[in-house]
Design a protein around this ligand. Structure first.
Ligand SMILES: *Cc1c(COP(=O)(O)O)cnc(C)c1O
Length: 492
């Protein structure tokens, strides 16, 4: 059989030295088969850096007694971190210290008290999935480069489609929900006007896009990016659409679901987007999405509620006509040769608008394997239960005012009423004062106003991270800074 030229390839021995029998190859003063870089030192660095990651991020970063963030102003942080890139190499210990600094001054998004807009918490199996995909550094364009992940992605996408209620279809993992929206829009346009691929916007009539008032801003971004134009985005649900209907499953501020079945009655073609997608995993709560199977496509972000880690966003299609490939393929001959020794339908890369594509399925797959579908379901149900509990507590306690007395999903919108304003509700200038208080303190990224008003102690400790939103109230209030807490962190 074939004997490899040396144990580590590239004409080098396992130690990275040129063996005495080998001829040294030199070009332009550089030894080509010498020690390219010091593998042993590299391995040691990985080993020790892993320990830092383990201690500072995985353990300390998840410890409720530790800070969520050690907040510094930009100038101060710039001084503390040695960011400039120099001509010569830094020594081993210095590099490890830099890793510690990065961990130290970063926000611990895995912390039980990190309440971000959309994601929080740590799933250890998903984390290992992320380590593994990054270590393998696979680019998922063809079967020959990513055999395991081509098969795995198909299994995961099929599973997600089945949860929606589709027994066939297509899909792809995208770099986030915003990009998934762009995919959906581009496909909708291509399906209606296939000539757009060759002739471009010149061939099209003026197109319009209908979405909800509460739409995610990626709908507008997509309209700009795809040449549809902001003027043609209709923020209303009252018109029967012809090109693209974008629906929102639990928009991020309020967490309210659009009535999917009723919308499907009006409009047979639409796309649904999901921060709330994971609700489908819960037998108890999936009724919130009744009618989802009537959508043409669904963007589902397991990097949000399911804690798969950034980035993990599945764009799912009901279509079985190979629309993704037809719309996006460029048939690059250096990658997608037609005469390969295996079934080239496994070369899924040309469905993507990217060339190289990160593996995003492994973290979800490993987490799902570790928990089973039942474990995934429990995670969703638990988030709902925590939300109900917290709302009840806020109703009972002084100083909290809920924007909505009931929530459909896991979002809670509330004001913290500082002691000086308590009992003044309904009085003249109350809303303004409340709003001013919020604006005055701003939102510094470590909890902002709520953080500041809550207790000075909490602020100094950096023990909270909460996000604020400029929410338009349905009743008495004008747009006003309020805090929004989305229970997607169900670790701690
Ligand atoms: C979260 C979300 C997005 C953006 O997703 P990213 O992965 O952050 O790009 C877009 N639309 C909706 C409805 C979302 O919930």
């Amino acid at each position: 059989g074939l004997v490899p030229p040396s144990t580590s390839g590239c004409g080098r021995s396992a130690e990275g030295e040129v063996s005495s029998k080998q001829k040294v190859i030199t070009v332009d003063g550089l030894t080509l088969n010498g020690p390219l870089h010091d593998n042993k030192a590299g391995e040691l660095f990985v080993d020790e850096a892993f320990q830092i990651i383990m201690d500072e991020v995985v353990k300390k970063g998840c410890n409720i007694k530790e800070k969520v963030c050690e907040w510094k102003d930009p100038e101060m942080l710039r001084d503390l971190l040695d960011l400039e890139l120099g001509d010569s190499s830094e020594p081993h210990e210095k590099l490890l210290q830099l890793c510690r600094d990065v961990a130290r001054f970063s926000v611990k998004t895995n912390h039980p008290r990190f309440f971000n807009q959309l994601f929080a918490g740590l799933d250890h199996h998903a984390l290992v999935g992320r380590f593994l995909s990054d270590s393998l550094n696979t680019s998922q364009y063809t079967y020959e480069v990513g055999p395991v992940f081509v098969l795995m992605e198909e299994v995961v996408l099929t599973k997600l489609r089945a949860v929606i209620g589709w027994n066939s279809g297509d899909g792809i993992f995208c770099p986030g929900g915003s990009i998934s929206t762009m995919y959906a829009m581009n496909l909708a346009r291509y399906r209606a006007f296939p000539e757009v691929k060759v002739r471009g916007l010149w061939s099209l009539p003026r197109l319009a896009l209908f979405t909800s008032q509460e739409c995610h801003y990626s709908v507008k971004k997509s309209a700009c990016f795809l040449g549809i134009g902001l003027e043609n985005v209709q923020l209303s649900m009252s018109i029967t659409g012809n090109l693209f209907f974008s629906l929102h499953l639990a928009p991020q501020s309020f967490g309210a679901f659009d009535p999917l079945d009723e919308i499907a009655d009006v409009c047979q073609k639409y796309q649904a987007l999901a921060w709330g997608g994971s609700v489908l995993l819960s037998k108890k709560h999936r009724h919130l999405m009744t009618g989802i199977d009537r959508a043409d496509s669904v963007a589902w972000n397991p990097h949000k509620m399911m804690m798969a880690g950034l980035q993990c966003s599945a764009f799912l299609l009901k279509d079985t006509s190979n629309l993704l490939k037809l719309c996006h393929s460029a048939n690059a001959t250096y990658l997608f040769q037609q005469d390969k020794f295996y079934d080239i339908s496994y070369d899924t890369g040309d469905k993507s608008i990217q060339c190289g594509r990160k593996v995003d399925c492994l973290k979800l797959w490993l987490m799902w394997k570790a928990r089973g579908t039942r474990g995934m379901e429990e995670r969703v149900d638990r988030a709902f239960a925590y939300t109900r509990y917290l709302m009840d507590e806020m109703k009972k306690r002084e100083g909290f005012q809920l924007l909505l007395e009931v929530t459909q999903f896991v979002n809670i919108c509330f004001w913290y009423i500082p002691p000086s304003l308590r009992g003044q509700q309904g009085q003249e200038g109350y809303e303004e004062k409340l709003s001013k208080c919020a604006e005055g303190f701003g939102w510094g990224g470590v909890g902002g106003w709520v953080h500041m008003c809550w207790t000075a102690e909490v602020q100094e400790q950096g023990s909270f991270f909460l996000n604020q939103d400029n929410l338009t109230m349905y009743f008495s209030f004008s747009p006003c800074q309020a805090s929004q807490l989305a229970i997607s962190n169900i670790c701690g």
